[in-house]
Structure formats: structure tokens, C-alpha cells
Design a protein around this ligand. Sequence first.
Ligand SMILES: [Zn+2]
Ligand SMILES: [Zn+2]
Length: 262
Amino acid sequence: MNKKIKWAIPITVLSLTCGVTAGMLAGCGNDDPGAEHTHSYTQWGHDDDGHWKYCPDDNAIDEASREDHIFVAGECECGATKTPVAEKKYGTVTGQVKLHKMGGYDTDYAGLTVDMDDDSVEITVNSSSGAFTVENAEVGKNYTLTVAKSGYQSYSATVLVSEENETVNLGESVLEYEVFDLLEGWDGEYHDFSYVNETEPYIRFKEYTGNPKTLNVLTKDSYKDIKATFKIKYNNSSYNEHTQGILLKFLHSTNPPNPHLS
Ligand SMILES: [Zn+2]
Ligand SMILES: [Zn+2]
């Protein structure tokens, strides 16, 4: 009876120690601790780049087995599958550029450019008619089409081809001729030039908001005759002084300035 109790104590202590440290745990196994483990690389491991074989007993990798996937019908023997690349579909975009200049339309399309900000589309611009065609426009992709010609305000539009082989006709893209230039260094305020091609063209001056400014407007072209109408709002002046004026300066004039105001 006494002998049994005597041996029970060391066994209890030993099992507690094995539960606490990993180093001791190895010695707790039933295998013969002296036997050498031989890896058996029977399992496949893989990631996006390739695959390898490993030993399931201790997860040791056979480095010599690393290689790229070999996909057959979208699947590799390691179990990796190829992510299918969506097949791209294409359509066509067409349009007609109009050059709006001084109440009419200019037909000189030389230097006209059409851009979709994508090198993979094929853009053809007819410099005689102003018509353009964009081939290989990807279905479902939002393009920004920009039409430009020197001397005109460029035109931009969003373009979307929604079905394969669809032809999206944008209709007319009108570029407005830039009649005027602002003389640099005089007035950085915003001015609306969008009415200069209308039947009764005018420039809108932004409402006075700060220090007095002088607006110098130059026409880009030269004209033999010009007619201009100037209007000053009586109530626009500060402190109700109602004092405002217009100073007219004519450049490139062969005669002394003698403007007739209407
Ligand atoms: Zn192993
Ligand atoms: Zn593989």
C-alpha cells in the first residue's frame, strides 16, 4: 500500500511540466524520441504565384518542388483555379464638330483634335468635314471625350458605350470661337464670354466684389469696323455716388481714336 502512493507523486509532477513548456512536450510523445523523421511531401500548398509540396506531419516544404501553376482548363493540379479575365467588348463613337465663329460656322478643320484619354482607341478625324469616328471604345467604360482646335474653346463630354458593336452618335459638338482676349495683368476676375457668338453678343462682367478693376478686352482678330454698346448700371457705384465711367482704348488704329458710341 505504501509503495503505490510513493510512485504516484512524480508522475503527476511530470504531466504538469509537459503541459506548460513546449520543449518538454516533445518528450511526452509515445514515439521513440530517438527515431529520425522522414518527410513525406504528399500535400499541395499554393498561392497566387505558384505551388509547392509539403509534409503534412510537420508542414515542411519541399523547396525543390516550387514552380508556377500549370493551368489546364482553368485548373492546376495543386487545386488553384485561374481567375477568368472578363472578355472586353467594344463599340464605336461618332460625332460631328462645328466651329461656331461670329454668327456663322467656320469650315477650316485643320488642327482639329479629338481625344478620349485612352491609347487603345482608334480615332479618325476628317479634316474636310469635321466628322470623327472612335473605334475600339470599350463597353461599360466612362470616357471623357475632348474636342479641341486652337483659337476655339475646347469641348468635353462624357461618353459611354453600353453594348457590344453599338455606335454612339454624339451629334454635333460645337466649339465656340474665342473672339476676345483679356489683357494679362489687368483683371483676373471671371468674365462670361459665352454670349459672344450670339446674335447680340455681349460680355458679362462679374459683379463688383473688391478693389476697383479695369477690364481690358482685346479682339483676337482685326476688324475694319466694329460696333459696341456699353451699359453701366446706375446703381452699381459705391456710397450712392452714381459715378462710373468707361474708358475706351483702340489699339492698331491708323486714325486718331474717335469712337462713336451708340
Ligand atoms: Zn515531415
Ligand atoms: Zn498549381
